[in-house]
Ligand binder design. Structure first.
Ligand code: OXD
Ligand code: MN
Length: 606
C-alpha cells in the first residue's frame, strides 16, 4: 500500500485508540485501498457520500418532490439475499457451531478470506464505519467498527445503526469492539463468504453487497455474535420484534415476538388497531432484533439494538402495513424495487395492478405479460426508525422496556391454533424450539412441508442449537418474574382452503387477549397443549367472523397434534446428541396428554 494512504488516514483519525488504529493498519495493508475515510456520521458526510454514490451509479435519485431524500439501489442479480450456505460459524470446534450451522476452522477461514481480501480495495476507498448497537450509554449496547469498500454499506449503516464519531468516543481506549471487515470483491458467488469468529468478536464478509450479508451490525453482530456473547454473559439476543400495547387508560404492556423471516414481523410491529379499539395504540420498539437482560426488578428487559428498518418491500401495502408506507416517504434507500415513470417506487402489493411504464428491478422496461415480478421478491427499504410515526418514546431508553409476553409464530395451514398460551416457561421454550412455517408450492413444489425454525433463529444462532435451547431453559432461574409465553398462527385454513382469520389489524384482538392473560383479566380454555381463548374471551366486536371460523381458528385436534408432536420429535432427533433432555420430556408429556384426550381408544380420558 502507498504509505501516504495510511499516513493520511492516521492524521485524520477520529480516535487515538491504538487497538483500533493497529487493526485498521493491518487491514489496510491487506486490502490496499486507494483511500481511507473515517465516517463521523455528520449530515455533511451523508451529503458527500450520497453525491458520490449517485456519481458512481450506486444510487439512483428518485423523484425528490415525491420522495425527498430517497434513492434506489440495484444490486447485482446474483446478489439479492442472505446466503446461508456461504455463512460460516468459525468456532475452534465443529461441535461448538452445532448441527445447524456451516462451520469452518478459524485458521482456515482467516487464511482463505485473507487471500481473497489481498489487494481487494485497490482503486477503492475503505470506509471506517464506527457504530453502536443499542441506545448510547446503555448497559446492553455494543460497539462495532466495520471496514467496507461499499459506499452503499456506509450509507445504509448510517440508517440502521447509531453510526459515527460517538461510537469511538464511547469506546475510548478499550479493546472491546466488534471487528467487521467487508469487501465486495467482484460480487461473485464463487468468492462469497460470510465468516463469523465468535471468540474474536469478528466478522469477515466478502463477495456480496446484499444487506443481510454486509450490514454487519444486523444479523452478523446483533444475532450471530450477539447470541454467542449472550450465552457467555447471561443475556439473550433474539430474532424478535418488540412492541408496546397502550390501553386507552395509558397503560403500556411490552411484547417481543419471533416469526421466521418474511412472515410479517415488520407488519405486526407496526400494527394499526381496528376502529373498535379506539384509544389503543401500538408503539414500535423494534421490528427484527431484541437484546434482553434481567433487570434489577427481576423482569426481563429488552432493547432494539438497531436504529432503522431493513424491511421487505413486496407485500407492504395500505392494508398490510400503512405505517411502513409512511416511513418510506423520505430519507429511504430502496434496493431492487421497480421504478415508475415519474421516478417513484413500486412493488407487488403496493397497489393491485402495476402502473404502466414501470422499470423493473434489473433496470429494464417492465412487461407485465412476462409473468415475472417487477420488484425482486426480496427487494427492501432501508429507513430510519425516526420516520415511524408510531415509534416508541422508549426507543433510546438505556434500560429498554420490560417484556411481559414472548410470542412465537409461524405460517401453518393446519394444527396450530390462532393463539396458544404455554403452561409454563419450559413449555414455552418447547413452543419456540418447535416452531416452523409451511413451505408454499411456489417455493418448493411440496405443499405443507414444515420447515422448523426454532425461535426463528435457525440461520442466526452463533453456536450449537442444543446449547442455545439449554441457555433458554437456564434463563428461567435467572428471571424471577418471567414473561408469559405464547404461540400464534395467523395462517390457519378452513375446509375450503381459505384463511379462517382475517389477520392484519385484527391481530390486535389476539394481542389484547395476550395482554389480558398477562394481567390475569381474561379467561381461556385449557387444552392438552396449552390455553386457547373461548369465543367470549376474544373481543370480536366490529368484525365479521363466522362462529365456525372462530372455532376452526382455535381448534386443538388430537389427531393433528399427535402427528405434529411426532414430527417435532423427528426434528429433535436431527439435533442429537445436543438436545436438552427437558425438551424431550416435555414432548413426551404433551404426547401423553394428547393421547389421553384422544377419542381413538388408545388413551383414556383422565
Ligand atoms: C431479515 C431476515 O432480513 O430475517 O430480517 O431475513
Ligand atoms: Mn429478520
Amino acid at each position: 500500500m502507498n504509505p501516504d494512504v495510511y499516513q493520511a488516514a492516521a492524521a485524520s483519525a477520529l480516535t487515538t485508540n491504538d487497538y483500533v488504529l493497529e487493526w485498521i493498519a493491518e487491514n489496510a495493508q491487506r486490502c490496499q485501498p486507494d483511500a481511507i475515510e473515517w465516517c463521523d456520521g455528520s449530515e455533511a458526510e451523508k451529503r458527500r457520500l450520497t453525491d458520490r454514490a449517485v456519481e458512481q451509479g450506486v444510487l439512483i435519485p428518485l423523484n425528490q418532490k415525491k420522495r425527498p431524500g430517497c434513492y434506489l439501489h440495484r444490486s447485482d442479480a446474483n446478489d439479492v439475499a442472505r446466503v446461508e450456505h456461504l455463512t460460516f460459524i468459525c468456532t475452534p470446534t465443529k461441535e461448538e457451531a452445532g448441527p445447524t450451522n456451516h462451520w469452518m476452522a478459524p485458521t482456515e477461514a482467516y487464511a482463505k478470506l485473507a487471500t481473497l481480501l489481498e489487494g481487494s480495495m485497490r482503486g477503492r476507498t475503505m470506509y471506517v464505519v464506527p457504530y453502536v448497537m443499542g441506545p448510547l450509554g446503555s448497559p446492553f449496547s455494543k460497539i462495532g467498527i466495520e471496514l467496507t469498500d461499499s459506499v452503499y454499506v456506509a450509507l445504509s449503516m448510517r440508517i440502521m445503526t447509531r453510526m459515527g464519531k460517538q461510537a469511538l468516543d464511547l469506546l475510548g481506549d478499550s479493546n472491546d469492539f466488534s471487528r467487521g471487515v467487508h469487501s465486495m470483491l467482484d460480487v461473485n458467488p464463487d468468492r462469497r463468504f460470510i465468516c463469523h469468529f465468535p471468540e474474536d468478536n469478528t466478522v469477515w464478509s466478502v463477495g456480496s453487497n446484499y444487506g443481510g450479508n454486509v450490514l454487519l451490525g444486523k444479523k452478523c453482530l446483533a444475532l450471530r455474535l450477539g447470541s454467542y456473547l449472550g450465552r457467555r454473559e447471561n443475556w439473550m439476543a433474539e430474532h424478535m420484534l418488540i412492541l408496546g400495547v397502550e390501553s386507552p387508560e395509558g397503560q403500556t404492556t411490552y411484547v417481543a415476538a419471533a416469526f421466521p423471516s418474511a412472515c410479517g414481523k415488520t407488519n405486526f410491529a407496526m400494527l394499526i388497531p381496528p376502529r373498535r379499539f379506539q384509544g389503543w395504540r401500538i408503539w414500535t420498539v423494534g421490528d427484527d432484533i431484541a437484546w434482553m437482560r434481567v433487570g434489577a426488578d427481576g423482569k426481563l428487559w429488552a432493547i432494539n439494538p438497531e436504529a432503522g428498518y431493513f424491511g421487505v418491500a413486496p407485500g407492504t401495502g395500505p392494508q398490510s402495513n400503512p405505517t411502513a408506507l409512511r416511513l418510506v416517504e423520505r430519507d429511504t434507500i430502496f434496493t431492487n424495487v421497480a421504478m415508475t415513470e415519474d421516478g417513484d417506487v413500486w412493488w407487488e402489493g403496493l397497489t393491485d395492478r402495476p402502473p404502466s411504464g414501470l422499470t423493473d428491478w434489473h433496470g429494464h422496461k417492465y412487461d407485465p405479460a412476462s409473468g415475472k415480478p417487477a420488484a425482486h421478491p426480496n427487494s427492501r427499504f432501508c429507513a430510519p426508525a425516526t420516520n415511524n410515526p408510531f415509534l416508541s418514546k422508549r426507543i433510546n431508553d438505556p434500560e429498554g422496556v420490560p417484556i411481559s409476553a414472548l410470542v412465537f409464530g409461524g405460517r401453518r395451514a393446519t394444527t396450530i391454533p390462532l393463539v396458544l398460551q404455554s403452561f409454563n416457561w419450559i413449555h414455552g421454550v418447547y413452543m419456540g424450539a418447535t416452531m416452523g412455517s409451511e413451505t408454499t408450492a411456489a417455493a418448493t413444489g411440496k405443499v405443507g412441508v414444515v420447515r422448523r425454525d426454532p425461535m426463528a433463529m435457525l440461520p442466526f444462532c452463533g453456536y450449537n442449537m442444543g446449547d442455545y435451547f439449554c441457555h433458554w431453559l437456564e434463563m428461567r432461574a435467572r428471571i424471577p418474574y418471567p414473561p408469559k409465553i405464547f404461540m400464534v398462527n395467523w395462517f390457519r385454513k378452513g375446509p375450503t382452503g381459505s384463511f379462517v382469520w382475517p389477520g392484519y389489524g385484527d391481530n390486535m384482538r389476539v394481542l389484547k387477549w395476550i395482554v389480558d392473560r398477562v394481567l390475569g383479566s381474561v379467561g381461556g380454555r385449557e387444552t392438552p397443549v396449552g390455553w386457547v381463548p373461548r369465543e367470549g374471551d376474544l373481543d370480536l366486536s366490529g368484525m365479521s367472523i363466522a362462529s365456525e371460523d372462530f372455532m376452526e381458528a382455535t381448534a386443538v385436534r388430537p389427531e393433528e397434534w399427535k402427528e405434529e408432536i411426532r414430527l417435532q420429535g423427528e426434528f429433535f432427533r436431527t439435533l442429537d446428541p445436543y438436545m436438552p433432555r427437558a425438551l424431550e420430556l416435555q414432548r413426551e408429556l404433551l404426547m401423553s396428554a394428547v393421547e389421553m384426550g384422544a377419542p381413538d381408544g388408545r388413551g383414556r380420558t383422565p
